[in-house]
Design a binder for this molecule. Structure first.
Ligand code: 1HN
Length: 345
């Protein structure tokens, strides 16, 4: 005869308590939460308005120096992941301010980083002995385990979006970090060298890859923007994403950063996208234009320098009033190489 439900519950509880002491636990109590029909992300849709965060960045500039902070950054924390320094489950995002005359000292780490320039011009980042001066819309790579420092010799503040694979590397317990011997690394290549060597669908004959990360680490906006405009003139637009390019390693044709997929897209004036979803939660930064992203029925109005996040598998629609240009990044390369990535529209 089966046990009455109350007795069964009590006996099970006693059993769970007993095995708990030896770090064992019954799967059947958690199975349905572990293996769900569709992604069950804690990540929520959200938009950070430039007009809200810019005064806070300026205030941070009065509270602490870049040298003292090491990096003066306001972390963009997903509202569903507060306290965990991340904008999606797998990706970090922050807004970094560097004021005229400041230096952010050299270090290196196993996390890969991207910089996407939102505001100002004339600050530089130095990567492995090469310096690039950055402008709004430029995409810059700091490869895993490369020394990097930043400086601002210009007369205006500069802000960029930092994107890192920090949560992914943390999950894998593969973090390493080292401070540079000197605050600034010595520069042995002039600005523009990198673009000349790798940015023209050619490469130096002696080049031998040292990693999967693109040897081109500066993708100026001018070129990306021109490519999108040309696509618009000659091509047919996609119903979800308008005209969209992904940044590549020019030598292999693969992703520019092995753990972070990076993209730029153009939505023509009046564009109304159909709903799209994919398993890679995606961070968007607006370069130009205005419009909205409707995520799971909620509308987020965007303008230049705003940042917003579309969580895994939630349907979203992109719309442009004025022609819009959007940068985005996600963990898509990781999901694809593991055969996990899905999209639907
Ligand atoms: C980092 O190295 C930078 O180099 C910015 O500018 C943000 C956030 C977490 C860990 C390392 C930078 C970072 C970071």
């Amino acid at each position: 005869m089966p046990m009455p439900q109350a007795d069964a519950t009590r006996e099970r509880k006693t059993f769970y308590d007993k095995i708990d002491h030896a770090n064992c636990t019954p799967l059947w109590e958690v199975l349905h939460a572990l293996v769900t029909a569709t992604p069950n992300t804690p990540c929520r849709p959200y938009l950070w308005n430039w007009s809200t965060v810019w005064p806070w960045l300026q205030e941070a500039g009065e509270l602490i120096t870049a040298r003292e902070a090491e990096r003066r950054v306001l972390v963009l924390e997903n509202p569903g992941l507060r306290g965990r320094s991340r904008i999606t489950h797998s990706m970090y995002a922050g807004l970094q301010l560097i004021l005229p005359g400041e230096v952010a000292p050299a270090h290196r780490h196993s996390q890969s980083a991207l910089r996407f320039i939102l505001h100002g011009q004339g600050a530089y980042t130095a990567v492995d002995g090469e310096k690039v001066t950055m402008n709004v819309g430029d995409f810059v790579i700091t490869p895993s385990w490369s020394f990097h420092d930043h400086g601002n010799p210009s007369d205006q503040p500069m802000v960029w979006l930092d994107g890192l694979d920090l949560p992914l590397v943390e999950l894998l317990d593969a973090q390493f970090m080292e401070k540079g011997e000197h605050e600034r690394q010595s520069i042995n290549h002039s600005a523009g060298d990198n673009l000349a060597r790798f940015g023209n669908t050619m490469k130096p004959v002696e080049y031998r890859p040292r990693s999967r990360t693109s040897p081109l680490f500066w993708y100026p906006y001018e070129r990306t923007r021109a490519a999108l405009e040309t696509m618009k003139t000659h091509g047919s637009q996609h119903a979800c994403w308008g005209y969209k390019l992904q940044y590549t390693n020019p030598v292999t044709g693969d992703w520019a950063i092995p753990t972070i997929g990076t993209f730029m897209q153009l939505l023509p004036r009046g564009f109304k996208g159909i709903p799209y979803r994919s398993t890679d939660s995606t961070v968007y930064a607006v370069v130009e234009g205005t419009g909205r992203c409707v995520i799971d029925g909620e509308s987020f109005e965007f303008g230049p320098k705003d940042v917003f996040v579309c969580p895994s598998w939630m349907p979203y629609q992109l719309e442009a009033d004025e022609q819009a240009v959007l940068f985005s990044y996600s963990d898509r390369p990781v999901q694809q190489v593991l055969d996990l990535w899905r999209e639907a529209f």
